[in-house]
Design a protein around this ligand. Structure first.
Ligand code: DGL
Length: 249
């Protein structure tokens, strides 16, 4: 039975893969991290589209049965192009604004994502459609992508960075924040340390994986389960990467 392809600009999609392996442990996964070209969130739309399609072509050459675009930025730019190009299910991600609005009750919602995701029509249209009471704010936290790509997860680096980014924001007005970039769940415990305790921290990872499960239906594997990891096309030992990740995600 073929594997499931996972794509991200780097290691962020591993936060989604982790959920996938819990829900679908018998599957084989091919994970493509385009870390040589990360971050995507500071690049042009055209550049991201061409890098993204080169990576998903690579996954198609390995005969995957579905592709999970475990990257909000690449989804915003290229999900339609990928769906038109391949004849297998292509599952994307988008910032979980809707569940966050529900979780926040009557308080506000703050969406964190990459610069590019927040600039693109896909995000603006999503907010226009569902934020009927004007309760959504957003803020890029682009440098978190670079910290993660450098395996820099230490409080001493991350807490001061977040404090600076949030210095002009009254966090008490928020009922929920959205982690709209798959690199951000690596920093969940630092978000928890700095946000008021009643603020809910929402990501779209489980929703995406459930979507994958639904799309595969009877096409599910019954094997041992495995992960192969490719950094911009070169295979690396997945266990080595996993060891360097925070355990708390
Ligand atoms: N992990 C990505 C996302 O979900 C992209 C981060 C980047 O490369 O800027 O948006």
């Amino acid at each position: 039975m073929p594997a499931i392809g996972f794509f991200d600009s780097g290691i962020g999609g591993l936060t989604v893969l982790r959920e996938a392996r819990q829900l679908l442990p018998k599957e084989d996964y091919l994970y493509y991290a385009d870390s040589d070209h990360a971050p995507y969130g500071t690049k042009s739309r055209e550049m991201v589209l061409s890098l993204f399609l080169a990576a998903t072509d690579f996954l198609m050459d390995h005969r995957v049965k579905a592709i999970v675009v475990a990257c909000n930025t690449a989804t915003s730019v290229g999900i339609e192009a990928a769906r038109a190009r391949y004849n297998i299910p292509v599952i994307g991600m988008e910032p979980a604004v809707k569940p966050a609005l529900l979780a926040a009750k009557d308080k506000r919602v703050l969406v964190f994502a990459t610069k590019l995701t927040l600039q693109l029509d896909k995000f603006r249209n999503l907010v226009d459609r569902i934020d009927t009471e004007n309760r959504v704010d957003y803020l890029p936290l682009q440098e978190l992508v670079e910290f993660a790509e450098n395996f820099e997860f230490d409080d001493n680096t991350i807490l001061p960075y977040l404090k600076t980014q949030w210095s002009n924001i009254n966090l008490n007005q928020y009922g929920a924040v959205v982690l709209g970039c798959t690199h951000f769940p690596f920093f969940r415990h630092q978000f928890k340390k700095l946000l008021p305790p009643e603020v809910q921290i929402i990501d779209g990872n489980l929703g995406t994986v459930k979507n994958l499960q639904a799309r595969l239906k009877e096409n599910l594997n019954k094997g041992e389960g495995s992960v192969r990891y490719f950094r911009s096309g070169r295979e690396l030992l997945f266990s080595e990467i996993e060891k360097a990740l925070p355990h708390s995600i």
